[in-house]
Design a protein around this ligand. Structure first.
Ligand SMILES: O=C(O)CCC(=O)C(=O)O
Ligand SMILES: [Fe+2]
Length: 212
């Protein structure tokens, strides 16, 4: 019989609560690759502030090394600068604690807005091994939901048969820094089309090495 050896994970928290500047509750919904749903990550006030600070700066989202627009991703988005303001500093520090990765490895926080019919088709967050960006590749993601979506907009993982419904202040975390590339590939995921209402999310991507 082949022994099942579990790989080490980045998210290394025990129990079901993280006592940070607020109490964040979490539940592991897949062990390998690790997928975690977290509640109470972002307060109502922070959700509102993130939306208000970004709404006049949104542009049609781009993807890939060439930064082109594509039907793959029809949302609008923007990035905050690192340490852009006190709110961003507070949230980045909380995220860094949750993701268990120093803030120096964090890309700027991205805000995404989807209107009805808009989606982000299934994709990997890590860069293709042949791309330039892969030399300091992404290793983990946390998607935070900033509003209540009336209908649709789930984050889905087709290879894992998992789907997470957006809930204001909650988040989904996953990582893809496994030695076994099959595990990384299982983190294929997408944002399902919004059916009614808007969907606002903040995405944090972490890199293997520092980028700031
Ligand atoms: O909108 C979602 O549910 C997923 C977003 C996402 O996959 C990303 O920002 O990389
Ligand atoms: Fe993604």
């Amino acid at each position: 019989m082949k022994a099942v050896v579990k790989e080490q994970t980045l998210f290394d928290h025990e129990g079901d609560t993280l006592s940070l500047d607020r109490d964040v509750n979490f539940e592991i919904i897949c062990e390998e690759p690790l997928v975690v749903v977290l509640k109470n990550v972002v307060s109502d006030e922070e959700c509102t502030a993130l939306i208000n600070l970004s709404k006049d700066k949104l542009k049609r989202s781009k993807i890939g090394d060439a930064r082109q627009t594509d039907e793959q991703r029809t949302s609008s988005s923007m990035f905050f600068e690192e340490n852009e303001n006190d709110l961003i500093i507070t949230i980045e520090n909380r995220i860094s604690n949750i993701m268990n990765i120093p803030i120096a490895h964090a890309e700027g926080l991205q805000i995404l807005k989807y209107s009805p019919g808009q989606e982000y088709k299934a994709h990997y967050d890590f860069f293709n091994e042949n791309s330039k960006a892969a030399s300091n590749n992404r290793i983990s993601t946390m998607v935070m939901y900033l509003n209540e979506v009336t209908a649709g907009g789930d984050t889905y993982f087709p290879s894992l048969d998992i789907s997470v419904s957006p809930e204001k202040g909650s988040a989904v975390y996953f990582e893809y820094f496994y030695n076994d590339q099959n595990l990384n590939n299982l983190t294929l995921h997408g944002g399902a089309p919004v059916i009614e209402g808007e969907k606002w999310v903040a995405t944090q991507w972490m890199r293997k090495q520092r980028i700031r």
